[in-house]
Design a protein around this ligand. Structure first.
Ligand SMILES: Nc1ncnc2c1ncn2[C@@H]1O[C@H](COP(=O)(O)OP(=O)(O)OP(=O)(O)O)[C@@H](O)[C@H]1O
Ligand SMILES: [Mg+2]
Length: 252
């Protein structure tokens, strides 16, 4: 049975997509069977792996409408893992979701769970239906926070919402859900990022992961070139950082 790991935070631009794609690549490099799920209508993960979201048909939309099984929409990437790609029709899913539908993705992924060791979910920013679907599907929530000012606000917003509302509403399903905070865009050689991590640890203790993703131009480059950082710069500190995340997941 695959473990489902969602990269979630309501705040935008903190490294959800970068973390989901690069962790998927590192888990695949370690020999694991991995499915990446792109829930975001921006389709950043889909583009990152070189798939044109406008060419995706049938799409996730048809899966949510129960017209197509997820296995038909799934595609292979050239990086050793599979993807359930996003498309512009994701906006239509968002429109069609009713209260209570936050559980739909969890049910959609069930038939695929025997085929994978890990299912990684890249969620959209903001408090909306697809982001909640990503959270409810997860065994483990990885919260990417950029190691800069206001990081704690974004992390608390997510964790408070999950614990007070989502865990309450889905208490039977989410009884074992875990949360970890992953710092991204970490500026080594300054006092700034370590100070933010320390302040976050005071509140969230051991839920803050020990490994930090360095801030480096290699990540935007990797996105532009449409290849994960471990293929682009295998020995770079950014590659090692996501290998460490993958190893933590495997050992956890
Ligand atoms: N460690 C890093 N160092 C430098 N730049 C980074 C790093 N991680 C991500 N970026 C860049 O920051 C931008 C936002 O990253 P990303 O798209 O992963 O965030 P996101 O949380 O998925 O955003 P959104 O909320 O819009 O979905 C991208 O241009 C990405 O290349
Ligand atoms: Mg994103």
């Amino acid at each position: 049975m695959a473990q489902v790991i969602s990269f979630s935070i309501f705040k935008g631009g903190t490294g959800k997509t970068t973390s989901a794609v690069n962790t998927a690549a590192c888990l695949a490099e370690a020999g694991k069977r991995v499915l990446l799920v792109d829930l975001d209508q921006q389709a950043s993960s889909t583009r990152y792996v070189g798939i044109d979201p406008d060419q995706v048909n049938p799409a996730f939309y048809h899966v949510f409408l129960k017209q197509t099984p997820a296995s038909v929409v799934r595609k292979k990437t050239t990086f050793g893992f599979d993807i359930l790609p996003s498309s512009s029709l994701m906006a239509a899913i968002e429109e069609s979701l009713d209260p209570g539908d936050e559980i739909m993705l969890r049910d959609i992924l069930k038939p695929l769970q025997d085929e994978y060791d890990y299912i990684l979910v890249d969620t959209p920013p903001g408090k909306a239906g697809l982001a909640f679907n990503g959270i409810v599907a997860a065994d483990l929530l990885l919260v990417p926070a950029s190691a800069e000012r206001m990081a704690i606000d974004g992390v608390s917003d997510l964790i408070n919402h999950v614990q007070a509302i989502i865990w309450h509403k889905f208490r039977n399903e989410l009884i074992n859900q875990e949360i970890r905070i992953l710092f991204t865009m970490y500026k080594a050689g300054t006092n700034h990022s370590p100070g933010i991590v320390q302040a976050t640890r005071k509140i969230y203790g051991g839920n803050v992961l020990d490994m930090y993703i360095p801030e480096t131009i290699e990540f935007p480059r990797s996105f532009d070139l449409k290849v994960p950082i471990i293929q682009l710069a295998p020995r770079h500190a950014g590659s090692e950082a996501y290998r460490n995340v993958a190893q933590w997941i495997i050992n956890h």
